[in-house]
Write a protein that binds this ligand. Structure first.
Ligand code: HXC
Length: 258
């Protein structure tokens, strides 16, 4: 069964999670397919990636409760590790990943959104960590990422109450980065991805690498990593051509990624 649709438009790839009969809940097969889809996109040379959910009701309503119900502790830990690996590969994906969130992003679905670099949500989006109401906790790395995104106190408030919040509140808390009208979500996500994809691809990749590599690294180390990545951009065809065009030494040319 196929749960993920891959579409490619120019340099932008979109992964659509389609298990709408179960609110796009993330079962093991879907997680495996998501991981395989990332590998396919990686080979295709996309410069920006969008992850979204099919239908208007849900981005993803979490891990699959029916699948998890009878798990032993060891099976649950394995499932958590499986999901963790997929979330980590999104976080470390070579190009920026945009979560386009319409409807419910609950539990593991919210954790999936948190593993993306940029979160765009429509007005009907709702966020929350209902795991505590099911006797469990977030397990796809979401507690760590939630804390980084909104701070430890607000992470505690959300994760310990299981309360659901709407998109406007999520924006205030900085759980999401942009809010758009319902019906405009994919248009806005595509436009954002296009803006990223138009830029020098090696430079965009370097920015993502520096941002991700430096999370949790002491300040002095991050400054060095940034300097080194900055140096790495020089001498490329794109850098020479773009700076040359600014200085009117040559025509402005599209970026080629070399
Ligand atoms: C399995 C799910 C599901 C889920 C919805 N469905 N969420 N199945 N796992 N997480 C299924 C329902 O059983 C139902 O199937 C169908 O999708 C439609 O859902 P309804 O509940 O009828 O829709 P609605 O009344 O509109 O409510 C939507 C909802 C609700 C608010 C999203 O479905 C809901 O609360 N879902 C659970 C959300 C949740 O608790 N997520 C956290 C899971 S724990 P049928 O067959 O009846 O039509 C988690 C842990 C992550 O994520 C870490 C793991 C390591």
């Amino acid at each position: 069964m196929s749960y993920i649709h891959i579409t490619e438009r120019g340099y932008v790839a979109t992964l659509t999670i389609d298990r709408r009969e179960a609110m796009n809940a993330l079962n093991s097969d879907l997680l495996t397919e998501l991981s395989e889809s990332l590998d396919k996109v990686r080979c295709g040379g996309a410069r920006a990636l969008i992850i979204t959910g099919a239908g208007e009701k849900a981005f993803a309503a979490g891990a699959d409760i029916a699948e998890m119900r009878e798990f032993s502790p060891a099976q649950a830990e394995e499932y958590s590790k499986h999901g963790n690996a997929v979330m980590r590969s999104i976080e470390l994906f070579e190009v920026p990943v945009i979560a386009a969130i319409g409807g419910y992003a609950l539990g593991g679905g919210c954790e999936l959104a948190l593993s993306c670099d940029i979160r765009l949500a429509s007005e009907n989006a709702a966020f929350g960590f209902p795991e505590v109401t099911l006797g469990v906790i977030p397990g796809f790395g979401g507690l760590q990422r939630l804390t980084r995104a909104i701070g430890v106190n607000r992470a505690a408030l959300l994760a310990c109450t299981g309360d659901r919040i709407h998109a406007k509140r999520a924006l205030e808390l900085r759980l999401i980065d942009e809010l758009c009208a319902q019906g405009e979500l994919m248009e806005r996500a595509d436009a954002l991805a296009d803006r990223i994809a138009r830029n020098a691809p090696l430079a965009v990749r370097a920015i993502k690498r520096v941002l991700r590599d430096c999370e949790g690294t002491p300040y002095a180390g991050t400054i060095c990593a940034e300097a080194s990545a900055f140096g790495g951009c020089f001498g490329t065809e794109d850098q020479l051509s773009a700076m040359g065009a600014f200085l009117k030494l040559n025509e402005k040319r599209p970026f080629v990624g070399r």
